[in-house]
Ligand binder design. Structure first.
Ligand code: HEC
Length: 112
């Protein structure tokens, strides 16, 4: 999808351009402020293992696109999984990152 005209103005335009550039082929729709914040957190904290494209497996971690807020809270903050959730991997490689508690809603918005 292409960005709607009129959204690409001012600071938003700069962010949008950055988002589109880093997305590569410009397939992404403009992100909400919360999702954009989630993207920044993802790029800073998750990209090294999960890769730049959340919908694909990364160098170390599995694809995380569609991860729910419950899953993110359990996995990122506590290193666990929500009750009844079947993990994509049986391993325990990912370290808990409890300092990201305040960013879980933004991450969920970005990954949804
Ligand atoms: C050190 C590498 C590493 C980092 C950093 C990392 N992950 Fe992971 N992640 C993994 C690996 C590997 C798995 C697979 C399970 C395991 O071995 O822990 C995983 C599993 C997950 C899962 C569970 C997927 C599923 O459906 O079973 C989620 C969600 C997730 N990571 C999200 C994140 C988010 C969000 C961040 C950044 C805040 C992050 N991870 C940072 C390596 C990492």
């Amino acid at each position: 999808m292409r960005p709607r005209p009129g959204r690409a103005a001012g600071l938003g335009g700069a962010l949008l351009a950055a988002a589109l550039l880093s997305a590569g082929c410009g397939e992404q729709t403009p992100l909400s402020p919360s999702a954009e914040r989630g993207r920044q957190v993802y790029l800073a904290q998750c990209v090294s293992c999960h890769g730049p494209e959340p919908g694909r497996d990364g160098p170390l971690g599995p694809a995380v696109k569609g991860a729910s807020r419950e899953l993110l809270e359990a996995r990122v903050l506590r290193g666990t999984y929500p009750p009844g959730y079947t993990p994509k991997r049986p391993t325990r490689v990912m370290p808990p990152l409890p300092a990201l508690a305040a960013d879980i809603p933004a991450l969920a918005d970005y990954l949804r």
